[in-house]
Design a protein around this ligand. Structure first.
Ligand code: NAD
Length: 285
């Protein structure tokens, strides 16, 4: 099957990046969010990130901004989802919200569409079980920022067919990604480890063991991490980290995933990280 048009649901941090990367690589994209303001912000973000990409990767992105924007339909409706061959869902990390979206997608997309869930921790098997053709559901855990990161953790749900894995891998390779296939278990490989590490660093701040900049400096200089765990937390979004820890905690019933109260308090205060201008560090919006 030729993939030409991709439906991207959720136009936040990840959805807007996925749309930009796909459009830069020749795909037509229908970028859909439930929130008009999110769609507007996504268009602005895509424009400024494209300019940045041009500077960082000048040779690999020969298109003009106009050509890229022209390939993306920014919308709050499912009207054009009948034209898609592949859908990548990137909505909020909340099971009830995701469930609603998949049931809607099943009603508006063609029978042959493949569905990829870009999720930090939600079970791909549980999503597959909602759909009329569960063998066509796969997990694609993209890394942030998407156009700069080659790795995609591909998750094989209980029902995912080998054909879907093959199509998914070929699709990812077509826009220069490197897929690594893992089996479905909450948090997969990346986030089962990363979320615990970030959470423990928040405990360090709560216990006043060190300031955020010093925690990050220890990881950068001591372990050669490109980015410290608290800057990573800000980049991902504190709300997304909290949602993910809650999913892990509920799934394993293991106290090691219990979200640090300081994380909960910061989310309650609206300190969601880079996207909000403030998290463990401050950002200009
Ligand atoms: P975000 O909060 O930035 O964006 C989520 C978007 O989904 C919002 O714009 C919201 O309006 C939209 N949305 C909510 N309900 C919707 C609906 N019914 N229909 C359409 N849109 C809807 O979140 P994000 O950081 O982009 O994360 C999205 C997904 O990607 C999550 O599952 C997250 O776990 C996963 N993820 C995030 C990162 C990261 O670094 N932020 C990395 C990998 C994966």
């Amino acid at each position: 099957m030729m993939i030409q048009t991709v439906g991207v649901v959720g136009a936040g941090v990840m959805g807007s990046d996925v749309a930009l990367d796909l459009a830069c690589n020749g795909y037509k994209v229908i970028l859909k969010d439930i929130d008009e303001a999110a769609v507007r912000r996504a268009k602005e973000k895509i424009q400024s990130e494209f300019r940045l990409l041009k500077m960082v990767k000048p040779k690999t992105k020969p298109l003009s901004l106009e050509e890229v924007i022209e390939r993306i339909t920014f919308t709050t409706s499912y009207d054009k989802f009948g034209e898609t061959q592949f859908v990548i869902e990137n909505i909020t990390e909340d099971w009830d919200m995701k469930k609603k979206v998949y049931l809607e997608l099943a009603g508006v997309c063609g029978a042959d569409v493949y569905y990829a869930a870009n999720t930090s921790c939600v079970s791909i098997t549980k999503i597959g079980a909602l759909m009329p053709r569960p063998e066509r559901v796969i997990g694609m855990h993209f890394m942030n920022p998407v156009p700069m990161k080659k790795l995609v953790e591909v998750i094989r749900g209980e029902h995912t067919s080998e054909e879907t894995i093959r199509v998914g891998k070929e699709f990812l390779q077509s826009f220069d990604k490197v897929p690594v296939v893992v089996n479905d278990f909450p948090g997969f490989v990346t986030n089962r480890v990363l979320m615990q590490m970030i959470n423990e660093c928040v405990w360090l701040i709560q216990d006043q063991v060190a300031e955020p900049q010093d925690v990050d400096k220890i990881f950068r200089l001591g372990f050669e991490h490109k980015m410290g765990p608290l800057a990573t937390c800000d980049l991902i979004g504190l709300d997304t980290i909290l949602y993910s820890l809650n999913v892990l905690y509920d799934s394993y019933k293991d106290p090691k995933f219990r979200p640090c109260p300081l994380l909960v308090k910061m989310v309650d205060a609206g300190y969601l990280g880079k996207k909000a201008g403030k998290g463990f560090f401050e950002y200009r919006l």
